[in-house]
Design a protein around this ligand. Structure first.
Ligand SMILES: [Zn+2]
Ligand SMILES: [Zn+2]
Length: 254
């Protein structure tokens, strides 16, 4: 399995792109503005989109992803997410006002997309690629994902503040190799992080202390313009641990 990072910022500006990774050639993990890096041919090859949650920095390009490839495909793109995320997409995005209801268009028999609800902890097996939603604590219904190739696993936090169930789930993954985790805010914004459901460097250090095995950690979703401050705080809080900044274009093969 190969994961390529297409976007990993909390916002836009200059070369920043928001959350999106491609897994092999056929799966997107979130559909933030990083999805705009894909060629039309790449977009036609996307069969599944797994969303961590409905916020626009993670789902904003989903309508355009579905649209771009629709007429070149003979089957719908499957959008996987928690029930609460799917209802937000139905009611607020593919509602016939903001964008067409592509779960029923161009025709109910041949729609451009279909929804598939996921449950935290329930593993989906796509040709031997095991994908399991992980618990998260965010301002809206949200999940991380554990992706297991059989040889190794990569965990993606999505947006979350410190979440006991997330770290407990990671502690049970014996072949965990990579952790891609958000650290959106500087420590000074700890109160805001609690309300908005995001991590700070201090919360990251608290979480990482609960890992039971060496894991390569990459931080993502840094606030635009405050990246250096957040990274310096992570260095201070997590010194001695292998914590690196996730970068657009990075690839993980496992
Ligand atoms: Zn969010
Ligand atoms: Zn976000």
């Amino acid at each position: 399995m190969k994961i390529k990072v297409l976007g990993c910022s909390a916002g836009i500006g200059d070369s920043r792109r928001t959350s999106c990774c491609r897994l092999d050639g056929d799966i997107l993990l979130d559909a933030g503005t990083g999805a705009g890096e894909l060629s039309l041919q790449d977009l036609i090859g996307i069969e599944h989109v797994f969303l961590t949650h409905a916020h626009l920095d993670h789902a904003g390009l989903l309508p355009l992803v579905v649209d771009a490839a629709g007429h070149f495909r003979d089957r719908p793109v499957t959008v996987h997410a928690l029930d609460g995320t799917l209802s937000a997409l139905r009611e607020c995005m593919f509602n016939g006002r903001l964008w067409p209801d592509y779960a029923a268009l161009p025709s109910p028999e041949r729609p451009f997309l279909r929804y598939k609800a996921l449950e935290v902890g329930a593993t989906l097996n796509l040709d031997g690629r095991k994908i399991t939603p992980l618990p998260a604590r965010h301002a809206v219904p949200a999940a991380g994902y554990l992706i297991d190739s059989g040889r190794a696993s990569l965990a993606l936090s999505g947006d979350t503040t410190l979440c006991d169930a997330f770290w407990e789930a990671l502690a049970r993954v014996e072949n965990l190799k990579y952790l891609l985790i958000e650290t959106a805010f500087p420590n000074a914004d700890a109160a805001l992080a609690a309300v908005a459901g995001h991590m700070t460097a201090d919360l990251l250090a608290a979480g990482l202390s609960r890992l039971r095995r060496p894991v390569e950690v990459y931080v993502t979703h840094l606030e635009p313009g405050r990246e250096d401050l957040i990274l310096a705080e992570i260095e201070a809080a997590c010194g001695g641990l292998s914590v690196r900044r996730l970068r657009q274009g990075m690839e993980f093969e496992f």
